[in-house]
Design a protein around this ligand. Structure first.
Ligand SMILES: Cc1cc2nc3c(=O)[nH]c(=O)nc-3n(C[C@H](O)[C@H](O)[C@H](O)COP(=O)(O)OP(=O)(O)OC[C@H]3O[C@@H](n4cnc5c(N)ncnc54)[C@H](O)[C@@H]3O)c2cc1C
Length: 341
């Protein structure tokens, strides 16, 4: 017991948790030794331990049941944008019975799930935000490959192999999905929304923007919706990344104001955009990219006069901090999502 608690404590430190996430996670199961020790010394302690343990067990039982839902991997595409590797993964949930059909996961925009690919790592469940809209025919995640040997990098390699060698059939790769989790975005609470994203932080923002677009274009926004303007500002390390979501961005540019008064706009920023020659070389992806960084301060200040504004940020810590500072100064409601546990 004297060993278990210090071990668990030390492994929660950022230094260990970030580098050896699984060791940190599974070391917490050692707490069982602590509970058994407490019961050994004081049998009557069970009524203090029971509520916490019961909640922990219910949570794990629910997660286990959820992760047992039958899924079918539909698409596994590796996207390369200069040195960045991103895997696009699409899956469906399979119903029960022989004639059961495949359908998208039931979720709301802004939520995330835990993904397990046993052929890469039997016991690892990694969190990823759902990048598609609940109204799409499929559910997708966009996953950035991290360091060599990491789960996300192996997934990217698997996607590359599945696309290069026909011996790997995508549908034969098993994926387990546990979710959805997290607070969804409530479209009825805001009139003017600034979605601010950096790099792979685009995923929840794309899901939200695409959902609003599909609802607007099918006249399903509902009476309670007071949305007037939604602006997506996305800072990318290189312009090729915009092609990941071009199907949504093109629709927004084409439609302009659409059938209702709700105005949607997309602005992509990149400091690394060079000159016109590069733009021609790289085609469509570069056409709509603005050189430089997003004008965060000016965009937030603009929201000051709106009745129900919101700044929603998902990106690197420096971007989140800057947006938070500007929003606090301007007294504009602020929400941030972080990709760190
Ligand atoms: C709510 C949420 C949503 C996310 N959405 C996306 C997304 O849409 N797209 C995307 O590319 N990334 C997303 N991430 C980040 C993604 O989960 C990590 O990049 C991935 O788990 C890294 O694992 P790795 O082993 O490949 O990389 P590593 O280099 O081993 O780990 C990189 C970092 O990821 C964290 N991490 C590692 N394993 C886990 C785990 N099992 N559970 C939680 N965190 C872990 C660690 O803190 C570590 O510092 C999200 C994270 C969270 C918490």
């Amino acid at each position: 017991m004297c060993l278990v608690l210090p071990i668990m404590g030390v492994l929660t430190l950022d230094l260990f948790r970030r580098k050896y996430f699984e060791v940190f996670y599974f070391s917490h199961f050692l707490s069982m030794v602590f509970f058994l020790g407490v019961l050994w010394h004081a049998a009557s302690a069970w009524y203090f331990l029971l509520p916490g343990l019961a909640l922990w067990m219910i949570d794990h039982a629910l997660r286990f049941t959820k992760s047992c839902q039958r899924t079918q991997l539909e698409v596994l595409i590796p996207h390369t944008a200069q040195s960045v590797g991103i895997t696009e993964l699409r899956f469906s949930i399979l119903g029960h019975g022989a004639s059961a059909s495949a359908s998208p996961l039931k979720f709301e925009a802004g939520q995330y799930l835990f993904l397990n690919v046993p052929s890469i790592a039997m016991l690892e469940f990694h969190p990823f935000t759902i990048s598609s809209s609940p109204f799409d025919q499929f559910t997708s995640c966009h996953i950035k490959a991290m360091d060599k040997g990491s789960f996300t990098e192996k997934l990217y390699e698997l996607a590359t192999k599945a696309n290069n060698f026909s011996s790997i059939v995508t549908s034969s790769i098993i994926v387990n999905v546990d979710g959805p989790y997290g607070m969804p975005f409530d479209i009825n609470k805001h009139s003017h929304v600034l979605l601010l994203g950096g790099g792979i932080g685009i995923t929840p923002l794309h899901s939200i923007l695409r959902t609003i677009l599909l609802l607007r274009d099918s006249n399903q926004l509902g009476e309670a919706c007071v949305l007037q303007k939604v602006t997506l500002m996305w800072a990318v390390p290189n312009p090729e990344l915009t092609s990941l979501f071009e199907h949504t961005f093109a629709k927004i540019r084409e439609a302009g104001k659409g059938k209702s008064d709700l105005f949607l706009e997309v602005k992509v920023y990149c400091s690394a955009v060079t000159d016109a020659a590069d733009e021609r070389e790289n085609g469509v992806a570069r056409q709509h990219v603005i050189k430089g960084r997003p004008p965060i301060q000016a965009a937030i200040d603009e929201l000051q006069t709106c009745t129900m504004p919101l700044v929603f940020v998902c990106g690197p810590p420096t971007m989140v901090d800057q947006a938070k500072e500007c929003a606090t100064k301007a007294s504009v409601p602020f929400h941030s999502e972080t990709f760190l546990l």
